[in-house]
Write a protein that binds this ligand. Structure first.
Ligand SMILES: *[C@@H]1O[C@H](CO)[C@@H](O)[C@H](O)[C@H]1NC(C)=O
Ligand SMILES: *[C@@H]1O[C@H](CO)[C@@H](O)[C@H](O)[C@H]1NC(C)=O
Ligand SMILES: *[C@@H]1O[C@H](CO)[C@@H](O)[C@H](O)[C@H]1NC(C)=O
Ligand SMILES: *[C@@H]1O[C@H](CO)[C@@H](O)[C@H](O)[C@H]1NC(C)=O
Ligand SMILES: *[C@@H]1O[C@H](CO)[C@@H](O)[C@H](O)[C@H]1NC(C)=O
Length: 189
């Protein structure tokens, strides 16, 4: 009979190696996917996101001090034009995402619903469209959600009531109709 801690070890090897697939290299490839998919007329990223430099030193990128992973991405007002790739959902340590005041359009990829550590999501003044996604309700830690002045349509999803830490919500200047879920009354809009 095999010693039980050997079995545990084998099980951990299988489970743990399946979980531990994301690291700073994953973060780098997610950011490269983003850069390669957008137009960057001011060369805001082109010359400053170089493979020869650590991703933690790239403009707009901040890494954590404990785990060396990307914790914040702030690319406001850079004239960036294009879509958000699903790969940004791999930035699993991200706490703050600010892409305000660019020309980001298309739907928000559902992979962003994996960003469980997110506190701040700012996407105002872009051309995002489609419905306000119901998976936003999975982002329990988000305190600030700003998607002012985009092209979102439809109703505000009921799942937003599950964003129990939300303090600031701004969905104005879109093409939304219907009501804010009643249990969210009192939030400053
Ligand atoms: C990330 O993991 C891959 C393989 O899983 C490895 O090749 C790479 O060197 C790792 N990167 C860092 C920064 O640890
Ligand atoms: C992103 O950077 C802009 C300009 O420096 C700043 O005003 C804004 O507060 C930053 N966003 C976040 C979430 O820190
Ligand atoms: C990152 O995300 C993309 C798309 O969501 C996926 O195809 C890819 O395998 C993911 N994982 C890594 C380690 O890059
Ligand atoms: C919103 O959509 C309308 C109609 O499809 C389009 O004319 C307009 O340019 C879009 N606005 C933004 C900010 O993308
Ligand atoms: C909120 O989350 C709970 C638990 O995950 C779930 O049962 C409920 O359906 C969610 N509410 C909405 C409106 O999505």
């Amino acid at each position: 009979m095999l010693p039980s801690n050997f079995c545990l070890w084998v099980r951990c090897f299988i489970v743990c190696s399946a979980i531990a697939v994301r690291n700073l290299t994953t973060d780098q490839s997610a950011l490269v996917q983003f850069k390669d998919g957008i137009l960057d007329p001011q060369n805001a990223l082109a010359n400053r996101w170089k493979a020869s430099t650590s991703v933690c030193k790239w403009v707009g990128v901040s890494c954590g001090s404990i785990h060396e992973r990307v914790v914040a991405l702030n690319l406001t007002s850079m004239d960036l034009t294009g879509n958000i790739p699903p790969h940004l959902g791999n930035l699993s340590f991200l706490r703050s995402l600010d892409l305000s005041r660019n020309h980001i359009y298309g739907h928000l990829p559902m992979e962003l619903g994996q960003l469980h550590r997110l506190r701040v999501l700012r996407l105002s003044f872009n051309g995002l469209n489609g419905e306000v996604p119901s998976w936003l309700g999975n982002l329990h830690r988000v305190k600030m959600l700003k998607m002012y002045s985009n092209n979102f349509t439809g109703t505000i999803p009921q799942t937003l009531v599950n964003m129990s830490n939300l303090e600031i919500l701004n969905l104005g200047a879109n093409q939304l109709f219907g009501q804010i879920p009643s249990s969210m009354d009192g939030l400053p809009l």
